[in-house]
Design a protein. Structure first.
Length: 233
């Protein structure tokens, strides 16, 4: 009987030791956890810019599609009259584009979104050339068409690195509106534009001498030489 008791204790001890060893193997040490957290943090830091860039690119693709649909509507209107010389004025364009997607997905600076009316030259999110004071009259528009410049019909400023989103006031006329630092807003360094031929391009807006700031002007945005354009797919 004594022998049996000893064997039973040995078996019990081996069983307990085996369970304890299994429990130790299944657990993580503090160092292992810290290493895992560090690896996850590094991966997140690498992927975050890629993810942000992917979101920006997808929004830009939506905006390009939106602008082309708007351009098609404006083109159909012109075809019914006298070609591009009969491009609708601001009030007529609002009606023509009423059923078109005029909200840029990257337009996030208005509290109520792009449906909040800010006045000319914006129609939804996009600046419209004939809503700019320089081109509202028929004479001004004809002069633009006869110039040596590449005339943009619609413009989106929301993809510039210096987009003047935090401007103060209830007007998109940045020539008179103040930015957050109570100074006039500078010209966006890159603008997405729809042209008369239906193409959508990024334009690198000109900088001043030695990189000096050029103040925001819709006239500067709508009129630009061909050399500054980059076509978008």
């Amino acid at each position: 009987m004594y022998y049996c008791e000893v064997e039973e204790k040995k078996r019990s001890h081996r069983k307990f030791g085996s369970e304890e060893k299994m429990n130790r193997v299944a657990a993580f040490t503090l160092i292992e956890l810290l290493i895992m957290i560090a690896i996850i943090s590094i991966i997140a830091a690498i992927l975050a810019p890629v993810y942000a860039s992917a979101i920006r690119d997808s929004r830009r693709a939506v905006s390009i599609s939106n602008m082309r649909q708007c351009g098609m509507a404006l083109s159909l209107y012109c075809n019914d009259y006298d070609g591009y010389r009969s491009m609708p004025n601001a009030n007529e364009a609002v009606t023509v584009l009423a059923q078109m997607p005029t909200c840029d997905p990257n337009d996030t600076w208005r509290k109520q979104g792009c449906t909040e009316v800010y006045g000319a030259p914006l129609i939804g999110s996009y600046g419209y050339v004939r809503a700019d004071p320089g081109y509202t009259s028929d004479a001004g528009w004809q002069a633009a068409l006869n110039s040596s410049f590449h005339v943009a019909v619609l413009a989106s400023i929301y993809y510039a690195s210096n987009v003047p989103a935090p401007f103060v006031g209830n007007t998109p006329d940045f020539e008179s509106a103040a930015c957050a630092d109570n100074t006039r807003c500078e010209l966006p360094d890159c603008v997405l534009k729809l042209y008369l031929d239906g193409s959508v391009k990024f334009s690198k807006e000109p900088r001043g001498t030695n990189g000096a700031t050029i103040l925001m002007s819709w006239n500067e945005i709508f009129m630009l030489p061909d050399s500054a354009l980059t076509k978008q797919d």
